[in-house]
Design a protein around this ligand. Structure first.
Ligand code: 4AZ
Length: 454
């Protein structure tokens, strides 16, 4: 119903008028009635309903994961760089530097900064670099893109939309690499192919919904620690167990059949049939269990000096890579970590000197210590050889301990994790000026390749 405003007005006589106080409430009441006429009321209610609807929609979008995942391979040519042989080697410096540059260029934040912000609210997007190949005009590049999008709309429409956004975004001239725009293509792939592609890489951590796990910031300890690792946080960690005596050592998965560990773990028993390997964040129950078929100790392992404390164990059947079981990358023989680099050690070892094995996996952030410092008279007095690496803190407190032996010391290079050390020895645990000593993996890169082909 429409109400004529003039009929609601108070008719005032001309000239000065004295109002009694009692007149005011009536005028106010009439004005309020005039504002809340039924149409306005209906519109206002509608607006409130719409706002609540949108709010519920957004909350549901982020809280209830009913989004669909869409996977694509983007292929394009870069014309201002030449192909280098090292681009074929995933752990080379050239490969990692270029791939991070490309990942940054097509990263969601950069793309949405350059194009449509609204899309970033409605779709979660992950990309990772996949492959370089030589091209007559430069280098051909493959990037895998993963989107989570509300499940409405056809896959082809979404593909076209994303292709357009990518195309628009790569048009800008400020990019460090010159992209031949017409060469850009986006191909849909299914989740099985996506999983195979994800698993073709090493040192990657994923959540259960295939999103990258954020970098570890925790500084918890193995010794004296309280906090435990999250599922999928250290997916290369294995527990080596003797059938009749349980957990003995840690180990790192470096392929779907090979574990890298410490030679001293097999001092008591070298018979592979007596050993099993488990994966997952708890020893019992394990996420995955395998028998050991072969044990290879370093030929020059010396128990008196702890030199060449490295060994390989081969599983009888391969493991299926997943979000909780994944291989770690082996570093290039040439990489050097500067002193005080942050690294992580993980294991099921004791949390106090001579304490029991832990059922839950623990982690500790430690820092690399130079061999010169570690060999000082007041530290290890010359016992550290070129195949060893010290990590921990001079004040002690954070360290690996008994039962962590053979386990990984890893380094995070732009969310790709590299095995830089194997827990080897140390004087007691977490004492001041007695940091953990690790087998320096880079020193044994060729030995590993000669035994496994990795
Ligand atoms: C061990 O006995 C052991 N604090 C491992 C690591 C360290 C000490 C002892 C380092 O297995």
């Amino acid at each position: 119903m429409r109400v004529d405003e003039s009929s609601l007005m108070v008719q005032l006589p001309s000239g000065p008028v004295e109002f009694s106080e009692a007149d005011y409430p009536q005028v106010e009441y009439q004005r309020r009635q005039q504002f809340w006429d039924p149409i306005r009321l209906a519109l206002f209610t509608l607006a409130i309903v719409v706002i609540i609807g949108i709010a519920i929609g957004i909350v549901t979008h982020f809280v209830v994961e009913d989004d669909k995942s869409f996977y694509y391979i983007a292929s394009f040519q870069v014309t201002n760089i030449k192909y280098k042989e090292n681009y074929g080697m995933r752990t080379s410096r050239e490969f990692t530097q270029r791939s991070h540059q490309i990942e940054r260029m097509v990263s969601p934040i950069e793309i949405f900064k350059r194009t449509s912000f609204i899309l970033s609210v409605f779709c979660l997007f992950v990309c990772f670099f996949l492959l370089f190949s030589p091209d007559e005009n430069g280098v051909n590049i493959l990037v895998v893109l993963m989107f989570r999008y509300p499940s409405t709309g056809s896959a082809e429409r979404i593909r076209t939309k994303i292709e357009n956004i990518l195309y628009q975004s790569l048009k800008t001239k400020q990019l460090p690499l010159t992209i031949d725009k017409p060469s850009l293509t986006l191909t849909s792939i299914d989740s099985k192919k996506m999983r195979n592609l994800l698993n073709s890489r090493c040192g990657i951590r994923m959540t259960s919904s295939n999103m990258p796990l954020p970098a570890s910031t925790s500084t918890e300890r193995i010794v004296q620690g309280r906090e435990t690792a999250m599922e999928g946080e250290w997916p290369w960690q294995a527990s080596l167990q003797l059938r009749d005596a349980g957990h003995q050592c840690g180990a790192s998965l470096i392929s779907n059949t090979w574990l890298l560990t410490a030679a001293h773990c097999f001092r008591k028993n070298k018979d592979p049939s007596q050993w099993i390997a488990t994966f997952g964040t708890t020893i019992a129950p394990p996420a995955v269990q395998r028998n050991v078929g072969k044990i290879i100790l370093h030929e020059n392992y010396r128990r008196e000096t702890n030199e060449n404390d490295i060994a390989l164990a081969q599983l009888t059947t391969r493991v299926e890579f997943s979000n909780v079981v994944q291989r770690v990358c082996l570093p290039d023989a040439s990489i050097k970590l500067t002193p005080k680099t942050s690294v992580f050690v993980t294991g099921f070892g004791s949390i106090v000197d001579d304490g029991p094995t832990q059922n839950k996996l623990r982690q500790a952030r430690v820092e690399t210590i130079s061999t010169d410092v570690c060999n000082r008279k007041d530290v290890y007095d010359g016992l550290i050889t070129s195949g060893m690496l010290c990590a921990g803190f001079m004040e002690g407190k954070v360290d690996a301990c008994k039962g962590d032996s053979g386990g990984p010391l890893v380094y995070d290079n732009h969310d790709i994790w590299y095995l830089v050390g194997i827990v080897s020895w140390g004087q007691s645990c977490a004492l001041p000026k007695k940091p953990g000593v690790y087998t320096r993996v880079t020193q044994y890169r060729d030995w590993i390749a000669s035994k496994t082909g990795i």
